[in-house]
Design a protein around this ligand. Structure first.
Ligand SMILES: Cc1cc2nc3c(=O)[nH]c(=O)nc-3n(C[C@H](O)[C@H](O)[C@H](O)COP(=O)(O)OP(=O)(O)OC[C@H]3O[C@@H](n4cnc5c(N)ncnc54)[C@H](O)[C@@H]3O)c2cc1C
Length: 382
């Protein structure tokens, strides 16, 4: 038996556990949550209880200290089954916000937030984007001003995943200590006076992934609310982006795989001209092309995951994997929907949701145009 085999067996059992949870606790309600535009808050407590949140957080902070794959498996299984809203909410909490705190937080911050994030008692969000600054993050206007030993936070953010349910938000703000030039990250508890949530925004897909505007009106922050080094917020965001982009790739590949599985089932059962749709050469070639597209991208994704696990996933590879897999996902869900004919355009057919949910992947986490800029910069400079 090789060293990897027990891990593979455990991972396979873990995937069964995740699928069981999704079948029992998510499937019966998901349609309703999509209509409601949000999942119920209690779901996260149930996930915490089942050990499905922040599973790679070390045991000393309440997590299971599991290898990375165990956390990624939650995103994969939910994306494959077409629960992309849930996938995005949980990825933001477990695979983006928790690692920020783990990598940048003081000992006190880790002890305060991480156990509550593992249990689901406190849900996390990351707020960078503003109405006037998305791709151009340096242009943010939210600012912290000095106030005694601490700060006052003013400004607003938009499109914030988990905005409605978040108990803590990592906020990027201009910092007075650098003359308002540089940014610092702050941990903002959502029960602070002056913090308000805007409405849950109405989107074309991923309806149950709550997305909100957040407002900060003179929010008082203690000195120890700063996360990481003062004035190095932009640097910290850049350091953490590879994991965020890798997570989007996990979801993209699994989502494409799920779309293909559903399409194979459909074309095998559906008949036209007295024969299964799967018997037409066009269908067979399309399926073959889709499978090839997915497998090639899965291979590059596996390489990037291994690089990340070794602390070696660079900014350029992270941009390549985000760009490539999200474009592949878009191609795949579109080709799959086509094979469903008119039924593919009906909301009650899950493939329609695969299609609408996939669209955002080319936009968030840095648009694909920005990914091309990052890759080009590595080749020819600015
Ligand atoms: C559902 C959803 C969830 C989100 N979740 C979060 C979240 O949790 N936290 C968060 O902080 N943000 C979040 N975002 C915001 C997302 O990351 C931004 O929308 C994205 O980065 C693009 O910014 P923008 O919308 O301001 O577009 P803009 O920056 O205005 O871009 C408009 C267009 O111009 C292009 N463009 C811009 N600059 C260049 C350039 N230099 N070269 C070529 N083309 C360029 C863009 O690619 C795009 O096509 C979310 C967005 C959505 C829709």
């Amino acid at each position: 038996m090789t060293a990897a085999e027990p891990l593979a067996a455990e991972l396979s059992d873990w995937r069964d556990t995740i699928r069981r949870f999704l079948t029992d606790e998510v499937e019966p309600h998901y349609e309703r949550w999509e209509k409601d535009g949000i999942v119920p808050r209690e779901l996260y407590l149930k996930m915490g209880e089942a050990g499905l949140l922040c599973v790679d957080v070390p045991e000393e902070y309440g997590g299971a200290g599991a290898p990375l794959e165990f956390s990624f498996a939650i995103a994969e299984e939910s994306a494959r089954l077409g629960y992309m809203s849930l996938c995005s909410n949980v990825m933001m909490h477990s695979d983006i916000v928790a690692p920020y705190i783990l990598h940048l937080g003081s000992e006190a911050q880790k002890r305060h937030y991480l156990p509550k994030m593992v249990s689901g008692e406190c849900f996390g969000a990351l707020a960078m984007t503003e109405p006037g600054a998305g791709s151009d993050l340096q242009a943010i206007r939210t600012s912290a001003t000095a106030d005694g030993d601490g700060f006052r936070l003013n400004g607003s953010k938009i499109f914030i995943t988990n905005g409605q349910h978040a108990g803590v938000v990592i906020v990027a703000a201009k910092d007075p200590r650098s003359g308002g030039k540089d940014m610092t990250l702050f941990l903002v508890d959502t029960d602070r006076p002056g913090f308000t949530r805007g409405r849950n925004l109405d989107k074309i897909g991923m309806h149950a992934a709550d997305t909100s505007e957040l407002f900060f009106d003179n929010v008082p922050l203690a000195a120890d609310a700063a996360l990481g080094r003062a004035g190095n917020g932009f640097g910290h965001l850049m350091d953490e982006l590879p994991r965020e982009r890798l997570m989007l790739a996990v979801a993209a590949v699994a989502h494409a795989e799920g779309a293909l599985e559903r399409t194979v089932e459909y074309v095998t059962a559906r008949k036209a001209f007295g024969q299964p749709v799967s018997s037409f050469q066009n269908t067979r070639f399309e399926l073959a092309k889709i499978k090839t597209d997915i497998e090639v991208h899965r291979a590059y994704y596996e390489k990037c995951r291994a690089l990340y696990a070794d602390g070696k996933l660079g900014v350029t590879e992270a941009a390549i994997i985000k760009l490539a897999t999200s474009e592949m996902e878009g191609r795949v869900v579109d080709a799959c929907l086509q094979l469903f004919g008119g039924y593919g355009y009906m909301s009650e057919y899950p493939i329609a949701r695969y299609w609408t949910d996939a669209r955002i992947q080319r936009i968030y986490g840095g648009t694909n145009e920005i990914m091309k800029e990052v890759i080009a910069r590595a080749l020819v400079g600015r």
